[in-house]
Each structure stands twice: as C-alpha cells, then as structure tokens.
Design a protein around this ligand. Structure first.
Ligand code: ATP
Length: 357
C-alpha cells in the first residue's frame, strides 16, 4: 500500500500545456477521482502517474519511492483502460494470468492468484470464455481482475464506466468501490461524469485547463465550491448577483434584486464587501405555503411558476422571483402545480454559498 505525491508536475504537447504545476497528495488506501471537462488534462495526469507520459518538470512519488524516471512496468501500478484492452485471442483466465506469467511466478501460484482475482470480481464461472463472449460489464470486471492480480501498489482507472449503459454503470460503481476498499488499495480514477465522482470518491480534485482548482471530499466540494467554475461544473446551480450590506449574528447580509439574502458558514477568504455572486443549488429551495411549515422570516421571497419539467421522483421548476431573477428549483415528490401560480420560496442561509469570482 502507498500514497501518491505529485509535486509541481507539468506536461506540454507543443504549445498546449496539458498539465500545469500540479501538486497533489493522494492518501494511502483512498479512492481518489480526477474530474473535469474534456481536455482539462486529467488523462494526461493519470498517464504521468502510470509512467506512460514523462513530465517536463516535477516529481512523482509512490509510497516513499521517487518513480519520476521509472518506466511503467517498474512502478507497480495496475491500469484499467477505457476500452478495457483485453486480448481477444486469450480466454478470460489467460488475460488475467498474463501479468503473472511475465513476472515468471510458479504455475501453482499463478493458478491460485488468477482464481482468487476472478472470484473477487465474481467472474470465476467465465474463466474459459473469450472477451467477445462477454458483456461490457463482464469485460470491465475482467479488466479489473487483470489489474489487481499483480497486487499493484496503486490502481489507475481511465474513465472505467464510460462504455457501459446506465444500469450497468451504477452496478459497476458499487463494484469498483467494493473492490478498492476490500483490497485497501490507493486508486486514482479519471472521469468527466460528476455523478460518478460524487458517488464513488473518498476525495476528488476538480481540474481546469491543466490545473487543479479544488480538492476535497465530494460533499465539501459540492456544498462549498471555492469558485464559480467548480459550482457550475459540479452539478447545477443558480447564480445570483448581490451586494454586501454587512454582517449580523455570524451571517453575511447581502442585497439582491429579489430582496435581502443571508449567508452562513462562509469560507475564511470570502470577501466581506462589494459585489459578489451567490450560488444556491436547485435542491436547496423549499416551497412554502403547502399547508406545512410557516414561512420563516429570513431568505423567503415571492415568485411565480413559469414552467415545470416533471421527472417522476422530482419536479424541476423554473421560477421567476421578484426583481426579475429566474431560478431553477428541484422539488422532490412534486405537487401538481399550475403555471403562473404564486409561490413563497425559502433557502436556509447555510445553503447560500458566496463566491468571490
Ligand atoms: P477527455 O476527457 O476529453 O479525455 P482530458 O481531461 O483527459 O480530456 P487530456 O487527454 O489529458 O484531457 O488532454 C489535455 C490536453 O492535452 C488536450 O488539449 C489534448 O488535446 C492535449 N493532448 C493530450 N495528449 C496529447 C498528445 N499525445 N499530443 C498532443 N496533444 C495532446
């Protein structure tokens, strides 16, 4: 087992800087995600950790070994590729066994370890099949077994679920989490799918244009984005411009077009004056006046329902607040509402995130 330390890592392809001054600590045994839009450099960073790309600057340390100059096969990392990269002419068992064979282990040990790896991914009954006789999810399991059988220090996964349909993807999310935690192996997974990262990661890094813009637990990064880019990339949000009026009882008091807004639980570096942007997630809004709670006094505004998209388990409303502010509101177990209907909407000050940019 081993953590990964990246220090000042940089990689350019011609004039494109794919990875720029990346310093990052992946802790021993954690499932860490690199997340970001297409072209932000996450695959290049993963390939640098694996040793398939050489950085122009910076160091890569696995455990306490500096591997910056080591070739991939000497780094003791296991890689799962996006397209699985299974050998079509070999059976499932031969695919898994291959890494042990090149390491010249004894036949008995190879047999036992291959059987154990196939059992871990629940593919022991498919050992004699060839990859083209397997479903996408089964191929993915074999690719995982093949990476894990060599007992790597670090498991690297490049968009492992992108070729699977929605149901299989959700099944394999749980499966990969189970395998990584059973093997207690440090794992780095690349994805552009924020739901995947939020639901699977112990911690994640959001990347933009080769740089890391925020690192943290999924809940912290989602609920406390540090800037507009992260708030917008990780899920949906409503941005509302506001001006700071002052502070009261640990809350920042702001003036927005729909009225007074209060925000609590601010980051230390949040500016306390001037014009700012508030980010309020669609699911943070409460629709008052359905016979349930009495509307609280703070952060409660009037609005008019413009339109609703019904999703069964939730309704996604477009609402126009006083002051010409249009927002999106997510209502779980949605009531049957009419277009044009007046609404009272409330947001807990703890759900108002104040962004500096
Ligand atoms: P995606 O999600 O689309 O795979 P990514 O975040 O993984 O994107 P990278 O594949 O790391 O991004 O690419 C980062 C940048 O580096 C992109 O602008 C890409 O075009 C460029 N790039 C990556 N590999 C090469 C290469 N071998 N030669 C030239 N440019 C490259």
């Amino acid at each position: 087992m081993a953590g990964i330390t990246l220090k000042g890592v940089r990689k350019a392809f011609g004039s494109t800087v794919a990875v720029d001054s990346v310093t990052l600590e992946v802790r021993d045994g954690e499932l860490f995600f690199l997340l970001g839009p297409s072209g932000c450099g996450k695959t290049t960073l993963l390939r640098i950790i694996a040793g398939f790309e050489a950085p122009e600057a910076g160091r890569i340390v696995i455990g306490d070994e500096d591997v910056t100059r080591l070739p991939p096969e000497k780094r003791r990392t296991g890689m799962v590729f996006q397209n699985y990269a299974l050998w079509p002419h070999m059976t499932v068992a031969e695919n898994v066994d291959f890494g042990l064979k090149v390491r010249r282990l004894s036949a008995a040990e190879r047999h036992d370890r291959t059987a154990a790896a196939l059992k871990a991914v629940r593919m022991q009954d498919y050992a004699r099949r060839r990859p083209n006789q397997l479903s996408g999810g089964q191929q993915q399991r074999v690719a995982l077994a093949r990476a894990l059988v060599i007992e790597p220090r670090v498991l690297l996964l490049d968009e492992p679920l992108s070729n699977l349909d929605a149901r299989l993807r959700s099944e394999m999310r749980a499966e990969i989490r189970r395998l990584c935690s059973e093997a207690a192996i440090t794992s780095v997974c690349v994805t552009h799918d924020q739901t995947e990262a939020l639901s699977m990661a112990d911690r994640l890094a959001v990347m933009r244009e080769g740089r890391i813009v925020q690192v943290g637990r999924p809940r912290d990064v989602y609920q406390r984005p540090e800037n507009r880019f992260v708030a917008d990339f990780l899920g949906e949000t409503n941005f509302i411009s506001a001006e700071v009026k002052g502070a009261e009882a640990g809350e920042l008091v702001l003036h927005a077009p729909m009225g007074e807004v209060r925000a609590r639980g601010l980051r230390e570096d949040t500016p306390r004056s001037g014009n700012l942007t508030c980010s309020i997630r669609p699911e943070a809004w409460r629709i008052e006046g359905d016979g349930s709670a009495v509307a609280p006094a703070v952060n409660t505004w009037n609005g008019r329902l413009i339109d609703t998209a019904y999703h069964g388990e939730a309704g996604r409303h477009e609402v126009e607040l006083d002051g010409d502010v249009t927002i999106h509101v997510l209502e779980a177990n949605p009531r049957d509402r009419m277009r044009g209907q007046s609404l009272r909407l409330h947001v807990d000050p703890a759900d108002v995130v104040v962004l500096a940019d």
